[in-house]
Design a protein around this ligand. Sequence first.
Ligand code: ADP
Ligand code: MG
Length: 598
Amino acid sequence: MKSIGIDLGTTNSVIATIKNGVPYVIPNNEGSRTTPSIVAYTKDQKILVGQLAKRQSVINPKNTFFSIKRFIGLRKNEIDINLENLPYDIITDTNNNIKIKCPAFNTVFSPEEISAQIIRKLTDDAKTNLNEPITKAVITIPAYFNASQRQATIDAGKIAGLEILRIINEPTAASLAYGLDKKNKTILVFDLGGGTFDVSILDVGDNVFEVLSSTGDINLGGDDFDKNIMSWLIEIFNKKENLNILEYPKSLQRLTEAAEQAKIQLSTHEETEISLPFLITKPKDGGEPRHLNTTLTRTTFEKLNNTLINRCKEPLQKALLDAKLEPIDIDEVVLVGGSTRIPAIRSLIKSIINRKINESANPDEVVAIGAAIQAGIITGEMKKMLLLDVTPLSLGVETLGEVMTKIINRNTTIPASRSKTFITASGTQTSAEINIVQGEREFVSDNKILGCFYLEDLPTHMDNSRSEIKITFDINEDGILAVKAQEKKSKKEKSIIIQNTSTLDENNVQSIIDEAEKYAEQDQEKRKFAELASQAEIFCLEIEKILQLNESTINETEKIKIKTLMNEIKLNIKTKDFNSLQNHYNELKLILDQLTKN
Ligand code: ADP
Ligand code: MG
């Protein structure tokens, strides 16, 4: 039985474990070490996760769910992105919790359920790879996640059938992966992913990771660079071909993939060729098929993305300012996120911090590796000291004058428990409202209210005395808060867990878990078939393209053989015949191999 670490990213997710005492990133069934955090539901009732979901996103936009992490554990009024720009539809339930509409399955999903699909794919593939059951996991979350986002992430793990050992902050995990937990150091973690940018400054020492500051830009990431390349390509193409490529969704899908590929190429090459033959096979003007061929240089790429690159500056400076530090105080810079491979981003960091950047690890794997190390420490697979985290923000209650009175200060090592006793405003007061507040500002209105409850039937006092109420805050290893209020004389008490800010209640989670367990085997079978079917379908499309392109060179018998196999494959998909599908698909691959050899 293995414990694992999961980086559940906005764009990509990674799973790792400890193998023979060292961290090991587990490749998925497609052979990749990162899995796109995308779940798609198709009209023929298939669920696709990862690369397969990504490849059909442009042609199935209403049922392809990406960037779900932006919604997890939040209510609609707490979301910072423009929902109108999303291709899929978001609705809210009566509690203002986010639900995602899935027309293909004629249902709605919570963000937790969709995230659980991603976790399930990662763990199922890992089970296959390790040939061992997996039950326990550490999952990472951004440092700024509040209690309800943390709880929702735990719920997603539970729905996927895992026992969640701990959830830890992504920058903490990254630092752990770099082995930076041993020394007394100030570390700046620069995390530029697909859609979000986070900068955190940590103070590490005595096995405690203290978050000194955490800031960023939730709407800045590698995808924005892709979009700029896309716009550039579209402009070139439309002008040259006198067509509007936006009217061809399948072509746009290929263009999107090519834009990202070009960007990735330019991290290691000075220029890259973008070649998309038959980008439009049947133009609406009735003319010849159209191709796209162009070269993108790193200089042009940097010009196109100059504004984006410069947008990284401000959060970097703000992180230093918030932590009251100068660049010289930073001992290490840790890079996280695929987009930190962009040379211009590295130059920008160097220009501000003027420090050697730690480049010994893979930026898109460090978070998962850190999570695996943490899991290994907890289960004893990795003999090391315990790692402790701290509360990122102060927690307290509202007191007279709408003031926040802190009970647990920020940077308190967790788990922690603290109490304070308060006196009611008057002796005739029969109930007290307990407002739980998170933040650093003096007034409640400037902070975030996490929850609220009433302690009722307080004893009335004949003399001039007033009720005393003891309030206890308990925060566990995962940063989940339990609040208890007790009246001293009557011992009357009431408590809540700041779970009510979670978008699912206890029963809800349990029923989803039960459901998932009940259908586990069936779902697994279904998914295996769906994955194979999609691979085969995509492969057939490619073959069709090749047939078109090489009309004259392929001989008739080969053509007939290929077409028969393709028809068989289509039939096998329809009749859900896994074994025949596998055989026909393999046969077709063999033929293609031979064709390309000739
Ligand atoms: P997240 O943390 O948001 O899930 P990742 O850390 O996996 O995301 O980063 C994904 C982003 O990194 C994508 O936009 C991807 O295109 C980009 N990326 C991956 N590899 C490279 C590379 N070699 N050069 C530039 N960008 C890259
Ligand atoms: Mg990430």
